[in-house]
Design a protein around this ligand. Structure first.
Ligand code: GLN
Length: 541
């Protein structure tokens, strides 16, 4: 049925942050577990062309896909749940839609016409909705509409959905509305009114939702379900309860219990041969919930007060922990809190330390202090992107004695620019979408820890940075013991460094966290957790 893909839209009402991305990913998981091919797409109603220029405090992590698109962090959930890759086509913003339309207008493609929101913007939205379906690769396209129903920004998207529904007929598409049923403690009651209002709002915009997914702290009693069904014109069995879960990875199981997948298939008149096979998923959950061991790792970063800024790193630890039957307690450490005097105290009791990615920051010296401490004390270290760059700076300063060594991002006048901007990057003046982005090949040296983790010598990992290991210092750094063990075969750029005579000290220029999924935990995270566990055991021997 690939050529006639079905379209499922997920809208949100009452408040933001109800977890549309997790519901969409969970439904996709259930359909995938029945043997269907599914992809998920997110429409973001803001004017940035992509979230690449947004501060992580505003919008959480920027998730990078293989094709180098800078996207919303929900795409990370999609990949982690489905174990299939997404791309630029999976994340479209209002900014991109307008940009496409305005570019066409300048080319003269609308010659003679007045270019308007309806039909030109809505047509461009529809073109993007159908793009994935037309590839013939999928049975279902799930499209998540960012923001809340009733927002001015999301109106053109909702209008496009209305038109798609009209064009495809009743079994071609459906709308799931995610809503909140608040519990009023004083009245000891669950309240349906906000949901009634938000469905009314959708109706005003021309859309009758087919299924209500209701976020709630309490189980939904039958009378509440009946009330919602009656006032929102949905079938009783299409009122789906979504209780708060211990982990996001429980949600597919909860949605299965509520038969969300069955309702979707019935409404779209799709016959399903199989029951969903969730064996592997359940095995992961059981390992996650019954750890045999426990480790504590520190994540040293700039945006630690908002852990969404490092969403993929946090989730990669969940996957790698389960794989090791080990609970990973994460301590978030602000790099600005780490100084020469405080470092021993701040890192006390940690079995491993990860130094996080970041940009042009003041807390760099803290990251460098943390790395010196774990290098000298032989505590497992994992450096990602800026974290790897800091390990090169630390090593150059404290082992090679290049006192002033730095990255030119932080000190353009340094005498020893051991991390420097690539020549190609120096000419770039536009900030948006111009970093080294997306998947690049890397060759690993046999005998290295990275090689042992991946079990192969040619790997492909995703990038998002402008600065690089400066190969002028390569021989000097290698000779002193920080080994470049992963190299890009086309450009010669250093991708992985490892320290000699250290139990586990690995720095990577790329972002391994972006590829970690429930069914395929990232090998470097798995090995880092393992090394942290060994470190812990060695102390108690
Ligand atoms: N700021 C560094 C660079 O641009 C590192 C980027 C990152 O950590 N993602 O090269």
């Amino acid at each position: 049925m690939s050529s006639s893909a079905k379209y499922i839209f997920v809208t949100g009402g009452v408040t933001s942050s109800l977890g549309k991305g997790i519901i969409a990913a969970s439904l996709a998981k259930l359909l995938q577990a029945r043997g269907f091919k599914v992809t998920i797409q997110k429409f973001d109603p803001y004017l940035n062309i992509d979230p690449g220029t947004l501060n992580p405090y505003e919008h959480g992590e920027c998730y990078v896909t293989n094709d180098g698109a800078e996207t919303d962090l929900d795409l990370g959930h999609y990949e982690r749940f489905l174990n299939v890759r997404t791309s630029q086509a999976n994340n479209i913003t209002t900014g991109r839609i307008y940009n496409n339309v305005i570019t066409k207008e300048r080319k003269g493609e609308y010659l003679g016409k007045t270019v308007q929101v309806v039909p030109h913007i809505t047509d461009e939205i529809k073109r993007n909705i159908f793009l994935l379906g037309e590839s013939g690769e999928y049975d279902f396209i799930i499209t998540e509409i960012g923001g809340c129903v009733g927002d001015i920004e999301s109106l053109p998207f909702i209008e496009a959905v209305r038109q798609v529904r009209w064009e495809l007929g009743p079994t071609g598409s459906l709308v799931i509305h995610l809503t909140l049923i608040p519990y009023l403690k004083a009245a000891k009651e669950l309240k349906t009114k906000p949901t009634q209002h938000s469905v009314k709002e959708l109706l005003e915009e021309g859309i009758q939702p087919d299924i209500l997914v209701c976020r709630t702290e309490m189980p939904l009693p039958m009378e509440i379900r009946k009330k919602l069904a009656l006032f929102c014109n949905v079938h009783l069995n299409s009122v789906i309860e979504a209780m708060d879960a211990d982990t996001i990875y429980d949600v597919p199981i909860l949605m299965r219990k509520e038969k969300l997948d069955e309702r979707v298939l019935a409404k779209l008149k799709v016959a399903s041969k199989e029951e969903p096979n969730l064996d592997q998923w359940k095995l992961f959950l059981s390992k996650l919930k019954n750890p045999v061991n426990e480790v504590s790792v520190g994540i040293v970063g700039k945006y630690v007060s908002l852990p969404d800024s490092y969403k993929s790193i946090a989730e990669a630890f969940v996957h790698a922990g389960a794989q090791n039957d080990c609970k990973v307690n994460v301590k978030w450490i602000s790099s600005e809190d780490v100084t020469k005097d405080s470092v021993a105290n701040v890192l006390n009791g940690l079995d491993g330390v990860l130094v996080a990615p970041g940009f042009g920051e003041r807390g760099l010296e803290g990251k460098i202090e943390a790395i010196r401490f774990v290098r000298e004390n032989k505590i497992p270290f994992f450096g990602i992107c800026l974290g790897m760059q800091c390990s090169v700076v630390e090593f150059s300063r404290n082992v090679l004695g290049l006192t002033d060594a730095s990255s030119t991002e932080l000190n353009p006048k340094t005498k020893y620019p051991v991390i420097d901007m690539m020549e190609a990057q120096k000419k770039i003046t536009m900030k948006g979408g111009t970093m080294r982005l997306g998947a690049y090949t890397c060759k690993l040296k046999k005998g290295s820890k990275a090689y042992a983790a991946y079990g192969e010598s040619t790997i492909e990992e995703r990038h998002r940075h402008r600065y690089e290991f400066n190969n002028k210092y390569l021989d000097q750094i290698e000779e002193a013991g920080l080994k470049p063990v992963g190299i890009n075969p086309d450009s010669g750029l250093v991708e992985v460094v490892e320290l000699k005579d250290h139990p586990w000290f690995v720095g990577v220029q790329y972002h391994p966290e972006l590829k970690s999924t429930v069914l395929a935990p990232h090998p470097l995270f798995v090995k880092f957790v393992e090394a942290s566990l060994e470190h812990k055991k060695s102390l108690t021997k």
